[in-house]
Design a protein around this ligand. Structure first.
Ligand code: CA
Length: 231
């Protein structure tokens, strides 16, 4: 069974601690941030199953974080439970513009909060069987079925060959692939074909360019080929 990951974004240290303690006691894995920017960044990198989001936060408030989560990509449907301090915030929280899934008003009991979390997760899993989990290495994500690659949440456009290279490196799970192996897998290379192994290096260079901040995940193994840094 996979562990459910919950992201908590809350700037009150004491409350964050209590939430973390109680959620972990329920068996969830908790990642946390204490401002909106860090929270959004963490959301994109960690792909949590649920987000608990305070409204009033430094840097980027909970409304902005919620909007950004809903606006983009694969995580757009992740359940969001908002923590509000004032009644006036509630309408906005549940409004169409933001689309949070639920809220609790401070102060709340952790028992109540955990019950809401459970209900939201149940609802999310009822929405149908999830697609096969994407392959991941740090902030790099590859979805085989959709032919999609994301770098820290942002979609990256790759050529078919570049995608194939990346897929093969992922599937090797950190093992080094020789240039010959790569040639064979990507082009179905046989010795009669004249493809220079340097072609591989050119493709890899382009792929690295496109992977930007995650480029260093593709490691050159001297005199051998390439491997994907998965940790
Ligand atoms: Ca706050």
């Amino acid at each position: 069974m996979t562990v459910v990951k919950v992201l908590v974004v809350e700037d009150e240290k004491a409350l964050l601690k209590v939430l973390k303690y109680n959620l972990e006691k329920e068996g969830y894995r908790v990642v946390s941030a204490s401002d909106g920017e860090a929270g959004l960044d963490l959301f994109r990198r960690e792909r949590p199953d649920l987000v608990i989001l305070d409204v009033m936060l430094p840097k980027l408030d909970g409304f902005e974080v919620c909007k950004a989560v809903r606006a983009g990509g694969a995580g757009a449907r992740t359940p969001i439970l908002m923590l509000t301090a004032r009644k006036e915030e509630v309408d906005r929280v549940l409004g169409l513009e933001l689309g949070a899934d639920d809220y609790v008003t401070k102060p709340f009991s952790t028992r109540e909060l955990c019950a809401r979390v459970k209900a939201l997760l149940r609802r999310a899993s009822d929405r149908g069987a999830p697609a096969a989990a994407p392959l991941r290495a740090g902030g790099l994500e590859l979805e085989l079925e959709k032919y999609e690659v994301r770098v820290r949440g942002g979609l990256v456009t790759l050529s078919t060959k570049e995608f194939e290279f990346l897929k093969i490196l992922f599937q090797a799970q950190g093992r080094a692939m020789t240039r010959d192996e790569l040639l064979e897998k990507v082009w179905g290379y046989d010795k009669s074909m004249e493809i220079d192994t340097r072609t591989i290096d050119q493709h890899i260079a382009r792929l690295r360019d496109k992977l930007g901040v995650e480029a260093a995940r593709i490691v050159t193994v001297k005199n051998v080929g390439y491997r994907l840094k998965t940790d």
